[in-house]
Structures are given as C-alpha cells and as structure tokens.
Design a protein around this ligand. Structure first.
Ligand code: ZN
Length: 352
C-alpha cells in the first residue's frame, strides 16, 4: 500500500515508464512507507498486466509467485533478523537471507553470502520474463565489503534488472553506492497529510503518533503492538526517583525483548521519549504546559518543582546531543546508564 504522502512520488515513478533508472535509492526517516513503495514498484515491474492505477494486478502468475515468495526473478536482500520479523502477509518474496543457524541470533547485517548468491542468480538470464527486480533493504545494513560486492552489480547491471535500495541512514552508505543510484528523498508527512491520515485511524493513535516522532507507520506499528503499554511503562518508570543502575538494566532488557523488536521500539525512540519528558519538565518549570505528556501533568509538575531551570535545560541539551549518536551505541547498557544519570542529576538540581 502506498501511503498518501508518497502518492505523488509513486505517480512520478510510474510516469518514468521505460526511463526508470536501473538503480534507485529511496531515503527518508524510518516508518514512512519507503519499503512499501519499493515493494509496490517491484510488484508493478514484475506484474504481467498492471491495473489502470499503475499497481500490480495481484492475480496474474507473476503476482501470485511474488506474493507466495517464489518469483524466480525477484530478489529481496534483507538481514536475516529482519526477514524473521516480517509477518508474512504481503511480505512474501524470495528472501535472500542467510540463516544464522539454530540458537544463534540472526544477523542484523546483510552478509556477503547474500550478495554472492545474488551475483550467481543474476549471472543466469531471467527465468520468467525479461524484468528482474532486486530490493536491498535496509541498504545501510551492508558493511564496506558487502557494499563493494553489490557495487560491482550496480556498475555492470545485468540486462533488465532494476535495483531498489531502501535506507533510513543514507550517510552510512558508501558514496560510490549512492552515486550509482538515482536518489529519491522522502520527507516526513506535513501537518495536512498527517491530519488526513489521522482521520482514518483509531482515536488513540494521535498520542502514539507524537511518541513515534510524527511518523505514521511507526505509530501504527506501535498501536498494533500495544504501544500504549510501552508508553505507560516509560511514564511509570520515571514517575519517582529512578534507581539509575537498576533501571538501566531493566531498560536494556526491555529494549532487547521480542515485544520491543516487534513494535519497532528501540533506543532512538526511548531517547526521544526521554527528551520529550524533559522538555515537558522544563516547560512546566517555566510555568507552561506539558506538550508531549499532557496526561501526566501532575506527576511532571511534582518532578519539575525539584529541578532548577538551568539543570533541566542542560539535561535537555545533553539528550539532544546523545540523540545524534544513538544509532550505534558502543554499549547499550552504558548508554542508558549515562542518559539516566544525566536525568537524575537534573532532578537533584534544585537541592544542590
Ligand atoms: Zn499481476
């Protein structure tokens, strides 16, 4: 399904027709629907009789093979860990994911074997039609070695092959990969698009949309996996004086839990929530209102009374800074401890 804010991009892609580049890179924040867009385009390219609206018909042999996960000319290169999370449904496809082996954690990286498999598969001519499609998602899950192997394919693309790379962190891609692809950047939906989208959703989604940084699909994912419970736990954990070391351990386990992975709840979101929590504390301390956690004003007001404005603002700025390195903490536990220590220090601000 194409999200409303990606409709115009979809129309522009279709308008390219036969001039569609052989390699494209879809970039934008996570939870925007880039993956669905790439999947819809792949489906359209493989379909034998696309509908008038440009979408794949969903009923021809090619469509059936693709949705059944066995289209011979469709290659989905995703990390094994991601392939595991996909819940089936329309997420079929010949997923070229290496098995991490029983009992071993699945790789969150695209491994070199996957690209080698792809290379040998593409070395033979297309099975069914002249059109072949490769989706690489997320493209930043390739290390330099793996990316260089893919680069060879992009440099000398097999006939009739379209590469669709998807990335939320394009700066982590090799510049040579980026320059080989036509880049399509998708921004966050604007206020009007959000409004339209919200109207079609359940009533509690607005809160989750805020908690998901304004990204609708991330909000939906949270909603489907009981995101309200996540938010409630977060609030509960911060409602008193946190025991920093104990809470850091609990939060580490929380982030690593299956439920969190399934809901898309990770460190970036936790740090976001923390930052908003402190933003509300600062606002209340200055006599304003709680913007992000309006339902928690009583708790927040009591906490804010114990902070001084300078220490609370400091804490907010520090969180903004650590937010930038959140994608790759060297040590998750230490990262959370550090974050909570800064917060605890700010809480004690008024007393010292
Ligand atoms: Zn079809």
């Amino acid at each position: 399904m194409i999200q409303p804010w990606l409709e115009s991009a979809w129309a522009r892609l279709l308008a390219l027709g036969a001039r569609l580049p052989h390699a494209m890179l879809f970039v934008g924040p996570p939870g925007l629907g880039k993956r669905d867009l790439a999947e819809a385009l792949a489906a359209r390219l493989l379909c034998e009789s696309p509908r008038a609206d440009g979408h794949a018909c969903g009923t021809c042999d090619a469509c059936n093979w693709r949705s059944g996960g066995n289209h011979p000319d469709f290659y989905r290169v995703v990390p094994a860990a991601v392939a595991d999370q996909a819940d089936g449904g329309e997420e079929g496809g010949a997923t070229a994911a290496a098995d991490g082996g029983a009992g071993k954690a699945k790789s969150s990286q695209i491994v070199i074997e996957q690209i080698r498999e792809l290379q040998s598969a593409l070395a033979v001519t297309g099975h069914h039609s002249e059109q072949r499609v490769v989706v690489v998602d997320p493209a930043e899950a390739m290390n330099t070695f793996t990316a260089n192997a893919l680069l060879k394919l992009l440099e000398e693309p097999p006939a009739g092959c379209t590469f669709l790379l998807v990335s939320s962190a394009p700066r982590r891609l090799l510049p040579t990969i980026r320059s080989r692809c036509q880049q399509w950047s998708f921004p966050r939906p604007d206020a009007a698009q959000r409004e339209v989208w919200l109207r079609g959703q359940g009533k509690d989604i607005e809160v989750l949309l805020d908690l998901a940084g304004g990204l609708p699909l991330a909000a939906t994912r949270l909603a489907e996996r009981d995101g309200a419970a996540f938010a409630a736990r977060f609030v509960r954990d911060l409602s008193g004086d946190p025991d920093v070391l104990k809470l850091a351990g609990q939060w580490e386990a929380w982030l690593k839990s299956k439920e969190s992975l399934a809901a898309g709840f990770g460190l970036p979101m936790l740090v976001d929530w923390m930052q908003r929590w402190v933003a509300d504390l600062v606002a209340l301390r200055l006599g304003g209102r709680a913007r992000f956690y309006p339902g928690q004003e009583k708790t927040l007001t009591a906490l804010a009374a114990r902070m001084n404005v300078a220490s609370a603002s400091n804490c907010y700025n520090e969180l903004a800074q650590i937010r930038r390195v959140v994608a790759h903490p060297l040590n998750l536990r230490l990262f959370i401890e550090d974050m909570l220590m800064r917060y605890a220090r700010a809480l004690k601000g008024a007393r010292s």
